[in-house]
Each structure stands twice: as structure tokens, then as C-alpha cells.
Design a binder for this molecule. Structure first.
Ligand SMILES: Nc1ncnc2c1ncn2[C@@H]1O[C@H](COP(=O)(O)OP(=O)(O)O)[C@@H](O)[C@H]1O
Ligand SMILES: [Mg+2]
Length: 291
């Protein structure tokens, strides 16, 4: 994204839990705002991976989930990671989130806070399996990261009801997770991330349990909200209709990352490919998520 079109950074709560999308177990810290972009920050780069690889297990049982791959995500960009089940999408997404350490290569977040704790509060992850807290209602689940971040009660309530409304689960605010369908739980998990207004939204197959119309609506909401809060959006999916809604498509095949889009400004690739990672920003229509 060019610096001239850079979005104003959203206020971003800082903590998160070990599950990424909920808040830190360490309790409250002040809300964080993404640091202003400086000349040292290469044109709004949020996260960049150089030759990252992830192997699970050892010896004969070792599984290479991600082979040495390079990619970058810029502010204001919307990227799909496409691939079949087991191709390494979730592993790559977790590396981009800082939740999974690569066994080779480097990952860095030039556009986010330099302290890990604060940075994790600037990254919102929608997990493939929604990890809602069973004892809390839908509204309490969505509010939890904000409460732990110390956001004032009124603003927390406002953000939560807005996020629940956006994903069409406002009527479920007082329900417990066990009373939800898989698709409803998935939408609540998305609302929890949207309410935080992170600088980087990573959604792992967020439409996996939704029918086509609901899935497309959820993608509408993710696209529009990401634009309004100036966040970068990365969505993993095996659904080409979902992938087509995003601007760039990265393809994972047996742990190998390649780039479908010939635009050299988009960037993802194996480490031995010469292309330098990047993604160009785009605009989408508004769905009325207030700042
Ligand atoms: N924690 C883990 N331990 C062992 N193997 C894993 C682990 N996570 C993922 N894998 C393996 O890595 C490969 C890629 O998995 P994953 O990233 O979940 O793919 P996808 O999200 O595309 O379905 C698969 O073979 C999977 O079994
Ligand atoms: Mg997966």
C-alpha cells in the first residue's frame, strides 16, 4: 500500500490469550494503537516471512507442514490462502499470527508493536474451531478481550453489540456457546475479533461451517470491517468462491506456497523464487462499522 493512502490506525486492545483471539491471561494493559508508520517501515508492511518452514515431529515421523516460504502482508490488503485440507494453511496462518514458531526462516511484524505482548493484541485470529469460553455468554465471550484490555464498560458494550449485529448474532447475546450451532459459534468468534479492531485479521476457514449465503455475508463483513479499521486481512479457505472475493490469492500445495496473481506487487513464494513479497491495497464498500 502506498503511504499516501495509509489508513488511520485503529485503537487496538493489546492482550490476547494463548488461543489468540481472546485476551491475555496476564490481565489488563492499556489499549494499544498501532505505531505511526515511519520512513523505516517499508510502505506499510504488517508482517513478512522469509524462508519460513515448519516441521512437526522428528525423524521418520516428521511432517513438513510448511516448506521454506516467503510472503508479506501490507496494511489495507486482503489475501486468500487457498489449498486443500492438510496443505499447510493453518500452520502458515499461525506463523503469521506469531502463535507458531517456524523451525526455519524468519517472521517479523514491521508495522506492529515491537513488544510481543502488545503485538499479539494487534493481531486478531479467527480459529478454524471457534474457541469460545463455555461458561460465558455470547456477549461476554465477545467482550472478554476488551474487558481484559481495560476498555471502559460503555465502549466495550457498544463495540460488542455492533460486532454481534454485523455478523447477525445479536439475538444470541445471552446464549451460552453450548446452545449455538457450529455456524453461529463461528460468527461469534468473528465478532470477538472484529470488536477488538486489530491491525491484522487472520481468519482460518471462517466460512467452513456456514451455508453459502451466510459465508458470503461473513466475507462481506470481514472485507468491509478490515477496510474501515485499516486492517490487513488474510483468510484461509478451500472454497474458491470465497477466495475470489479477496484481492490476492496464495496457494498452498503440500506445504508449498505459490502465488496465483501475476501482479509482482503481490507477494508470496517459495524461498527460491526471486519475487519479493508484497500486496497492493484495495477498497471495498462500507458496512457501517463505526470507528
Ligand atoms: N500440531 C501438529 N502436529 C503434527 N502434525 C501437524 C500439526 N499441525 C499440523 N500438522 C500437519 O501438518 C500438515 C498441514 O496441516 P494444516 O496446517 O493444519 O493444514 P490445513 O490447514 O491446510 O488443513 C498436515 O499434514 C497436518 O497433519
Ligand atoms: Mg486448517
Amino acid at each position: 500500500m502506498s503511504s499516501g493512502t495509509h489508513h488511520t490506525p485503529p485503537p487496538v486492545p493489546s492482550p490476547r490469550s494463548t488461543h489468540g483471539e481472546t485476551a491475555s491471561p496476564r490481565g489488563s494493559t492499556p489499549l494499544q494503537t498501532r505505531p505511526p508508520q515511519s520512513a523505516a517501515e517499508p510502505a506499510g508492511l504488517v508482517v513478512t516471512c522469509e524462508g519460513v518452514a515448519r516441521t512437526f515431529g522428528e525423524g521418520e515421523r516428521a511432517v513438513v507442514a510448511v516448506h521454506g516460504s516467503s510472503c508479506s502482508v501490507r496494511f489495507g490488503t486482503r489475501t486468500a490462502i487457498v489449498g486443500s485440507s492438510g496443505s499447510g494453511k493453518s500452520t502458515l496462518l499461525h506463523i503469521l499470527a506469531g502463535l507458531e514458531r517456524p523451525t526455519a526462516g524468519n517472521v517479523s511484524w514491521p508495522g506492529l508493536s515491537t513488544t510481543e505482548h502488545e503485538r499479539q493484541g494487534q493481531i486478531g485470529v479467527v480459529f478454524q474451531s471457534p474457541s469460545l469460553v463455555p461458561a460465558l455468554t455470547v456477549a461476554e465471550n465477545a467482550a472478554l478481550p476488551l474487558v481484559l484490555a481495560g476498555l471502559p464498560e460503555g465502549e466495550t458494550a457498544e463495540r460488542v453489540s455492533e460486532a454481534l449485529r454485523l455478523v447477525h448474532v445479536e439475538d444470541l447475546a445471552d446464549q451460552l456457546p453450548e446452545e449455538l450451532s457450529g455456524g453461529q459459534a463461528q460468527r461469534v468468534a468473528v465478532a470477538r475479533v472484529l470488536a477488538r479492531r486489530p491491525a491484522l485479521i487472520l481468519a482460518d476457514e471462517p466460512t467452513g461451517q456456514l451455508d453459502q449465503a451466510s459465508g458470503q455475508h461473513l466475507i462481506d463483513v470481514l472485507l468491509a470491517t478490515a477496510e474501515q479499521i485499516g486492517a490487513a486481512l488474510v483468510v484461509s479457505t478451500h472454497d474458491t468462491e470465497v477466495a475470489d472475493r479477496l484481492d490476492a490469492q496464495w496457494r498452498m500445495q503440500e506445504g508449498r506456497l505459490s502465488l496465483d496473481d501475476p501482479d509482482p506487487r503481490m507477494s508470496a513464494g517459495q524461498i527460491d523464487q526471486p519475487a519479493v513479497p508484497t500486496t497492493s491495497p484495495a477498497t471495498s464498500r462500507s458496512v457501517g462499522f463505526r470507528r
